[in-house]
Design a protein around this ligand. Structure first.
Ligand SMILES: Cc1ncc(COP(=O)(O)O)c(C=O)c1O
Length: 428
């Protein structure tokens, strides 16, 4: 019996499958319990501002779904998802250039489930997945739970770097897919331009590796038309993940996968094994919402709201952040990625920040390999602009104090992450 198994905390510690070893709570989780107190300005979580929705409208829709379609809403449904909803999803994806057939779509409990299903059907333990550097923490959790070998590929101001991608594909065997968030990246706040998308697709095809395109923020751009998805360029090499979480409501837990025929069949079988079918009640609610409500108008409301908050964040960082701090300028989505002055460590700084009543996510959470200590992610989606400004003011106080300590006593940890994204970052 191992020392750990004698622990009263968990008598089953020796019984878990190897893949469960990747399921560990991060050390910063406890701090987030504190960070959710109302006096703390949280620039940490990526929670959509659902308060901007009309709750009465949803109350009315859900009541009518139960009253008028109760026999279906309260029953099991198709493993692939409701046919009418899949048709409506295509109206949404047409805005990012994805024109497909309802048969190519699988409805899931959020795009998080799509990530899980795709990884489940492609990856054996030890298989490699290529991800951006940094990448979405929830995806890294999925890849870890399937014991994937996660390899980070550098980004530049246009997102995933094609040369770095080519090198990684040449160096690594058994690459099962390239996971990318091309629009309004979480956490980097960057967007691939059209040329970059075409280049990445060409390289992926050259090496015969599919792209897993994660696009929950694609319709939340602040300027002009939404970027066209990589999936719009190729329907055989790209598996596309979409979500209602940011454009309608994350609490409804609904998203979708669009995949080539064979992959789609496997995903349906894997989804049925996991959950039998998505919730009929939620699908019918969203379907009615899309049919009856001006959803494009609501997306515009979200865009305006998030743009104002993004501006509040960037303006106050420009005014207050100490010299040597850089950050990305998001053109949509929820996040800006901050690089601290050399010598500062975002993880060890977090307790001080929480004591100053401001929270962020340290950069190391967005890497599978321990990088990111000099970075942090700031989310502007949830607090109102005044709170954001106050949060940045508090954060700047923390940074100034850390710099003073650094200048007095020298670095506690060597800087682990080179500063990057500086070409498009504001610096002071
Ligand atoms: C890049 C990315 N992918 C997937 C998800 C999961 O979204 P969903 O609510 O659709 O499961 C998120 C949530 O924040 C995300 O940022």
């Amino acid at each position: 019996m191992s020392e750990q198994s004698g622990s009263r905390l968990d008598p089953w510690i020796d019984s878990y499958a190897q893949r469960a070893q990747g399921l560990t709570a991060s050390a910063i989780r406890a701090l987030f319990a504190v960070a959710s107190r109302p006096e703390v300005v949280s620039l940490a979580g990526g929670m959509p501002y659902v308060n901007a929705l009309d709750a009465n409208q949803f109350a009315d829709i859900t009541a009518r779904v139960i009253r008028e379609q109760g026999n279906t809403a309260l029953q099991y449904g198709s493993g692939q998802g409701d046919q009418k909803l899949r048709e409506q999803i295509l109206e949404i994806t047409s805005l990012v250039g994805v024109h497909s057939h309802p048969d190519d779509i699988v409805v899931t409990a959020g795009s998080q489930m799509g990530l899980d299903l795709v990884t489940k059907i492609f990856c054996d333990p030890g298989d490699t997945v290529l991800v951006e550097s940094p990448s979405y923490v929830g995806a890294l959790g999925v890849f870890r739970s399937y014991q994937c070998n996660v390899v980070h590929v550098d980004m530049d101001e246009n997102g995933l770097n094609p040369e770095a991608l080519r090198t990684a594909l040449a160096e690594h065997k058994n690459v099962k897919f390239i996971y990318t968030i091309p629009s309004f990246h979480n956490p980097a706040g960057l967007t691939q331009n059209q040329q970059r998308r075409e280049e990445i697709l060409l390289i992926a095809k050259e090496f015969g590796v599919p792209i897993l395109e994660d696009d929950p923020y694609g319709l939340l751009g602040f300027e002009g038309e939404p970027p066209q998805a990589i999936r719009a360029l190729d329907d055989q090499s790209v598996i596309y993940l979409g979500s209602f979480s940011k454009t309608i409501a994350s609490g409804l837990r609904l998203g979708w996968v669009i995949a080539p025929h064979g992959v789609r069949e496997k995903i349906v079988l894997a989804a049925e094994a996991a959950t039998l079918c998505p919730s009929n009640f939620v699908q019918l609610t969203i379907s009615r919402y899309l049919a009856e409500q001006p959803w494009q108008q609501q997306i515009k409301v979200f865009q305006e709201l998030y743009r104002e908050r993004r501006d509040a964040l960037l303006d106050s960082m420009q005014a207050l952040m100490p010299a040597g701090t850089t950050w990305t300028i998001p053109e949509g989505g929820f996040y800006s990625w901050v690089t601290l002055p050399p010598g500062l460590d975002a993880t060890s700084m977090l307790p001080r920040a929480v004591a100053e009543l401001v929270a962020y996510v340290p950069g190391t959470g967005f890497y599978a390999d321990g990088q990111g200590s000099q970075n942090l992610r700031l989310s502007y989606c949830y607090p109102d602009p005044d709170r954001i400004r106050e949060g940045v003011r508090r954060l700047a106080v923390v940074l100034e104090a850390e710099i003073e300590v650094l200048n007095t006593f020298g670095p506690a940890h060597p800087a682990a992450t080179p500063s990057f994204f500086s070409p498009r970052s504001d610096t002071r």
